[in-house]
Design a protein around this ligand. Sequence first.
Ligand code: SAM
Ligand code: SF4
Length: 465
Amino acid sequence: MSLYIENFIHEARISEILEKNKRAETSRIREVLAKAREMKGLETEEVAVLTGISDPVLLQELFDTANYLKETIYGRRLVIFAPLYISNLCANECLYCAFRATNKGIVRKSLTQEEITHEVENLVSQGHKRILLVAGESYPKEGLEYVLKAIRTVYSVKTEHGEIRRVNVNLAPLETDDFRKLKAEGIGTYQIFQETYHRATYGNMHVGGKKKNYDYRVTAPHRAMEAGIDDIGIGVLFGLFDYRFELLALMQHIRALEADYGVGPHTISVPRLEPATGSDIASHPPHAVSDIDFRKLVAILRLAVPYTGIIMSTRETAQMRRDTFALGVSQISAGSRTNPGGYTHETEEDEASQFSLGDHRSLDEVIRDVASMGYIPSFCTACYRLGRTGRDFMDLAKPGDIKLHCDPNALSTFREYLRNFASPETRAIGNQLIADAIAGMTGIARQRAEKLVSRVDEGRDDVYC
Ligand code: SAM
Ligand code: SF4
C-alpha cells in the first residue's frame, strides 16, 4: 500500500496519452462508445479518445451513450442535498476564492453552535435530509474540535419537521488520526477537490497557507480511507487548467485509490469556476470550459466510472443542471447559500459568500422542476445508515442490485417530502410521478416501493430498505 505515494499523477504520461489519441479515427471512437455500453468503465487511454471528439454527430453519440448508462444504472433518481457553510475564516491564499486570507472584501463569520442549530432548523423546515458541511481552512480557537462539535450539533437537531440524516463534509486535508475523529462523528462522505492536478498551475493558484502543498492535498483521500472513511468524494475546479488533462489525472487518482483500497471514490464533483468577490481569476478563468465541453466532460465521466455518483451544485444555472441530468449527474444541491448563516439571515449575496450562484431557486421550485422533467428527487440516506458504504456499496451497485433499494427508497423519501413540505402544485406533480413510477416497476422493486410508500401514507417517516 503506497500511502505517501511516489506520485501517482504522472503528468508526462497524461500528455503523451492525450497527444497520441487527440484525433482518433471515428471507428476507434465508436469502439470505445460500444465498450462503454457494457458499463464496466473505461481505461485512461479510452477516456483520452473521447476527449478528442469534436464532430457533432459523434458528440451526440457520446451523449446518447451517457444517457443510456444513466438511465440503466440510476433510473430517473436524483439525490438532493444542501451545503451548510459554518465558517468562512481561512488561512490559505487560493486566488480564485473569496474566503482567501487577505481578501478584505467579505465579512468574516464563524457560526456558533447555536447559530448552526438555527441553520439546521431552517434546512429541515424546507425538507432537507442530507447536508454537506463546508468551512474555510481556519477554525475558531478550538481547532478541529469546532468542526466535530458542529457535526454533533447538526445530528442533534430534531424538530417536528424531522432531522438531518446524513452529514457529508468538504474540509481541508487532515492527518489520519484526525480523519478517525471525523469518522467517529458519523460523517457520510469526506469530500475534497484537488482543484487542479497540474502541479505548476496548482503552485500558481495557491500562493499562501498550508494548501500550497500539492502532495499533502492529493494524498488526503488515501489518509481518509486509511482512517476507515470509505465514502470519498473527489473533484476538479474546472477552469484552472485544460479539462482533458484533468480528466485523465482524475482517472489516475481513481486507479491509485482502487489499487490501494479496493474501491475508488463514491462521488466526483465537477465545479466550474464562478465569479468570487475579490478574485480576478474567478471571473476570467485561465482555461474556461465552454458549456459544450462541460456537457462533454460530464458524459465522459459517466462512461469512465459508471457507478461513481456525479454531483452538480448550484454554481451552474438551472438550464445547465437540467441538461446534465440526462448525461449522468446523480446528485444535486438545491436552495443553496454559500455564506455562513445564509439560511437564517438573508444578506446581499456578495457580503460573505464563497462564490456567486447560478441557480437561486428554492428547494420547492427545484423539486417541482425536476419532477416535471420526470426525475424522481430522492432524500434517501439508507445506505450510509445500514453500513452499505465503500466496497460493500460497489459490490451491490455493480451487478445492478442496488436499484432494488434505491428505487423504492427514492419513492418513499420523496413521498415523505411531498406530504410534509411541498407546495400544493409540487405535491400534485410529485404524487402523479410516484404513481407513474410504481406502475412502471415490476417484481421485488415494485413490492418494496408499494409497501414503503403506503407506510409513509399511514403517517410514518423515515422508512427505507
Ligand atoms: N476550504 C476547504 C478546501 O479548500 O478544501 C474546503 C471548502 S472550499 C470552501 C470548497 C471548494 O469550493 C473548493 O475545494 C473549491 O473547489 C471551491 N471553490 C472555491 N472558489 C470557487 C469559485 N470561485 N468558484 C467555484 N468553486 C469554488
Ligand atoms: Fe480557503 Fe478553501 Fe477558499 Fe482555498 S478554497 S481560500 S482553502 S476556503
